[in-house]
Structures are given as structure tokens and as C-alpha cells.
Write a protein that binds this ligand. Structure first.
Ligand code: C5P
Length: 400
């Protein structure tokens, strides 16, 4: 999902800090986020934090002539695809139910013609109060969607229903509302490898490569967003694990193969990892000493298992769709086509990783999808978009 716009209303309460994490998750999925902070919300989070994370102007209750001339409250209320109130206090829910419009947030909520999702957060007594329950029933009757609250310990030392749901749960609710048919991979299991492998020389040194894991992680996220259960087997990377996927962290190629085998069966497997081709046979148990005058140590390299070729080999556990990558600096297409046959893959995603392209470790990718049916070249796209496009194609192929 790209380009969808969220108007996020942050009302008061100790849970307001979780709005920051929600914004981060939304931005990571390429949603445009505009924040509206109530006066009480501003006691818990600052407009500056919301602005920095959303990369967009933050609206507050302070009356501003410039705001009104730039974007009036009516326009603001209609500028998004979805209005999300998180956290939603008992007070703002009561205002919504009663149709009050005495501040910017309640005015926008009364003026909007867009779907509204609320994520309540309050003390358990307040949540269970007949007034709040009646308000919630009224809002539900008007088509307002609700996510949470959940049961748990509260900041006020009580226990019960009233805790704000975690930001990934709010994100999932947002995705369900904006893309009702966005789960074509529901019930499918996807296996994805990502990142480099580290092959130890001794306890402190290893052989590695420049893979950042960005492309593999983006594919895992995109498959999860389409409803797949995703197992991401990843080597050591410096980027955060995607939300909503099961992560198996490994170091070496042999560990990666074991983790992949354990994850089977899968409907689709995408091998985006930059697996080291060799490991050091004469790996030292202790740190190799640098001795004055002595020759440098000799390393004996032996081949690693080819994970893609192993999992793609014919057999009962072979995923229905196996996708490999070919990162090449020369003869891209010829190498990709040879790899398709040699590794028994269904598709090879080929990309030119010559240093001049800036693709290895960079934010973009320009790929060609090579299959028995031919070659399809995609324009240069952000790695997130390549992931989403590939996930869509996978959904299409598995749907047939
Ligand atoms: O042979 P080459 O390394 O170019 O093949 C790239 C493809 O094979 C990628 O999909 C990569 O993840 C996979 N591969 C693998 N195990 C290896 C080497 C490569 O799964 N040992």
C-alpha cells in the first residue's frame, strides 16, 4: 500500500507516546501521516516529535490564522483516506458520540466524511462505565471502527481492560480498513531469506559481504501485508526486523539452510539473502595470533551449501513457487537465465550490482523478473516498492 493518507488524532493519556511508534510503522509502510494533537495530548507528547516522525506539519488546538488559510479544518477533516484516533480518551469518544465540536480534534471528527478508526485507552473503570459503553455502542452503530482496548496493567496501578493495543495491532486494523481485499495470501506460508551470512575465521573474525537486508526484509513485510504467514531467515543485519513476521536470526550459510529446512513446508520461498559461497574449513577455535615475522595464516575455503538449489530441488517439500535472486556485475541476463535452470527456480529476480548503480546497500533497486515465460523489466524503484510489486506477483501466481 503506498500513498494512502492517514489523519492521526492523538488525544491525551499516558498511552500517547505509543502514537510515535504507530507513526513510525505507518511511514515504514509508505503511508502519508498528518497528525492532529489535542491540548491534553500535548501534555504527553510534543508536536515536534510528531512532526519529526511524520515528516509533516502537525495541527494543534492553538488557533492559527496561517493554519486556517493554508488548510481549513473542514479540508483537514477530508484530506485523509482514514481518520485514526489513537489513543482515544473517554473524553474524545464522548465528544464524538455527542457530536460536540469545541476543539480542533472534535470539530474535525464531526466534519469528516471519511472512515474513522478509534483505539481507546483509559482506566478500566472509565472504560466499563455505562456512559463510555453507551458512547461506544453509539459510535459502532454509526460505523466507527474500534481496535482494543486490551486487558493489562495500567499506569494508575490498576489492572483490567483499558490499555491501548500495541501499535502493530493498530497498523493491522488500518490496513484491513483501507484495503478490505488486501489479504490474497491469507492461509499461505512464505519463507524468505535476507541479509548476508557471516562465515567465521576464528572467534573474532569472519568473512562477510555488503548486503544490507533491505530488499529481503521489504519482501517479507510485503508478503505479510498481503496476509501470508512469513518466516524470515535472516543473517546479521543492521536494520530492524519487520513487524508481523517470524524471524529466525542466523549467522552462517549452514545455519541458514537448517533454519529454512525447519521452516518448511511453505507455499512460496524467496531467497534474497546474499549467502557466502564459501566457509573457512580450517576455522580456528582460538583467536589467530599475529606473530612478528610469521607468514599470514592460510585460509582454506570450502563451498557452502546452495540453499536455493537445495530447497528448490524436486521433492515433496519443494515450495510451489521458488524465487531466487541474481546479483551480477556482468552478463546479467545470461547469468540469470543460467541460474534459473541450474538452481531449478521458478523465477530469478536479476539485478545489476555494479558499484556505479549504488544498488548494493542503497535504497533503490532495478530488477528484471526472469522466468521460463520470458523477462519482465521493472523501472528503478524503492526497495519497498520492489517488495510490494513482487508480493503482488506472488499472490497472483499462487492464486492461479
Ligand atoms: O549463485 P548465486 O549466489 O549468484 O545465486 C544467487 C541466488 O542463490 C540468491 O537467490 C541466493 O539467495 C541464493 N543462494 C543460496 N545459497 C547459496 C548461494 C546463493 O540460497 N549458497
Amino acid at each position: 500500500m503506498t500513498g494512502k493518507r492517514i489523519l492521526l488524532i492523538v488525544s491525551g493519556g499516558i498511552a500517547a507516546f505509543k502514537a510515535l511508534e504507530l507513526i513510525r510503522l505507518l511511514r515504514r509502510q509508505n503511508y502519508a501521516v498528518t497528525c492532529l494533537l489535542t491540548a491534553n495530548g500535548a501534555r504527553f507528547v510534543t508536536p515536534l516529535s510528531l512532526q519529526a516522525l511524520s515528516e509533516s506539519k502537525v495541527y494543534t488546538d492553538l488557533f492559527s490564522l496561517t493554519d486556517e488559510s493554508e488548510m481549513g479544518h473542514i479540508q483537514l477533516s477530508r484530506s485523509a483516506d482514514l481518520v485514526v484516533v489513537a489513543p482515544a480518551t473517554a473524553d474524545i469518544l464522548a465528544k464524538m458520540a455527542a457530536g460536540l465540536a469545541d476543539d480542533l480534534a472534535s470539530t474535525v471528527l464531526l466534519a469528516t466524511d471519511k472512515p474513522v478508526l478509534v483505539a481507546p485507552a483509559m482506566n478500566v473503570r472509565m472504560w466499563l462505565h455505562p456512559a463510555t459503553l453507551a458512547n461506544m455502542a453509539m459510535l459502532a452503530g454509526r460505523g466507527v471502527s474500534v481496535v482494543g482496548p486490551v486487558e493489562g496493567a495500567m499506569a494508575c496501578n490498576e489492572f483490567g481492560f483499558g490499555r491501548l493495543v500495541e501499535p502493530p495491532v493498530i497498523l493491522a486494523a488500518i490496513e484491513r480498513l483501507l484495503v478490505p481485499n488486501a489479504q490474497p495470501l491469507a492461509g499461505r506460508h512464505a519463507l524468505v531469506t535476507s541479509g548476508p551470512t557471516h562465515e567465521p575465521i576464528d572467534p573474532v573474525r569472519y568473512i562477510a559481504n555488503r548486503s544490507s537486508g533491505q530488499q529481503g526484509h521489504a519482501i517479507a513485510s510485503a508478503l505479510a501485508a498481503l496476509g501470508a504467514r512469513v518466516t524470515l531467515v535472516r543473517g546479521p543485519v543492521g536494520i530492524p526486523d519487520p513487524v508481523g513476521v517470524t524471524v529466525r536470526a542466523v549467522e552462517t550459510a549452514r545455519e541458514m539452510l537448517d533454519a529454512c529446512r525447519t521452516a518448511l513446508p511453505a507455499d512460496v520461498a524467496v531467497f534474497a539473502a546474499a549467502v557466502a559461497d564459501w566457509h573457512v574449513e580450517n576455522r580456528s577455535a582460538g583467536k589467530i595470533k599475529k606473530l612478528a615475522g610469521a607468514a599470514p595464516p592460510g585460509l582454506t575455503l570450502v563451498p557452502n551449501p546452495d540453499i536455493l538449489a537445495t530447497i528448490a530441488a524436486p521433492g515433496p517439500d519443494r515450495p510451489r513457487l521458488v524465487v531466487g535472486f541474481a546479483a551480477e556485475t556482468d552478463d546479467l541476463m545470461a547469468n540469470a537465465q543460467a541460474k534459473l535452470r541450474r538452481k531449478n527456480a521458478d523465477w530469478i529476480v536479476a539485478n545489476d550490482v555494479s558499484p556505479a548503480t549504488g544498488i548494493m546497500g542503497g535504497p533503490d533497486n532495478a530488477v528484471h523478473i526472469v522466468s521460463a515465460a520470458g523477462v519482465e523489466s521493472w523501472p528503478r524503484l524503492a526497495k519497498g516498492d520492489v517488495g510490494r510489486r513482487l508480493a503482488d506477483r506472488i499472490a497472483e501466481a499462487l492464486g492461479r
